[in-house]
Design a protein around this ligand. Sequence first.
Ligand SMILES: C[S@@+](CC[C@H](N)C(=O)[O-])C[C@H]1O[C@@H](n2cnc3c(N)ncnc32)[C@H](O)[C@@H]1O
Length: 191
Amino acid sequence: MKVYPFKNVVAMSHMLLQPYVSEAQVLVDMTCGNGHDTAFLASLMKDDAVLYAFDIQDCAVARTKERLDSLGLSHKTVVYRQGSHDDLVGHIAEPIDIAVFNLGYLPSGDHGIHTKSETTIKAIKICLHKIAINGIIMIAAYPGTEAGAQEEKALRRFLQSVPQREFDVSLWQPINQIHCPPVLYIVQKRG
Ligand SMILES: C[S@@+](CC[C@H](N)C(=O)[O-])C[C@H]1O[C@@H](n2cnc3c(N)ncnc32)[C@H](O)[C@@H]1O
């Protein structure tokens, strides 16, 4: 049995998404970075599903593609796009089953290129319109830096205003970690 530690937002996100990924037809990694989330989604998705991998940085898109190739996942349908997720997500015509935002900066990259609350919230708003019934928007936020704290605060305020009749919105966060532990927001479209 694969064991997921209740330790960090990425492990938690993958654990919660696992039963949904194999059912999904359209999946989107909104910040593909080093490709860990994209590889997780690609490894479990159906062969006829399509996965979009977006990142604002060319080098992140290249690293993600390299990771998938090295893991033998090149037979999966992955559409790589460089650009801002709030511009790119609008071009997806089909309903989205799973959208994953792993916010912040690219580890071992330029830490000055950080997701921004305005574009993050704009992209989430588009996802809320496009998400399928029972579809999930998973958002990992990192309030440990000044930029991350500002983004997480704005994100929380926005998500608290999402209508309860249409979406279930919750969060998971470690509570015994020092400093400012990451937060995982889970949004599911109600049936
Ligand atoms: C924490 S990293 C993502 C980690 C990645 N999901 C992984 O599994 O390796 C955050 C990423 O968001 C990207 N990013 C920042 N602003 C963005 C935007 N507006 N649209 C798309 N990607 C963005 C950064 O370039 C960075 O690669």
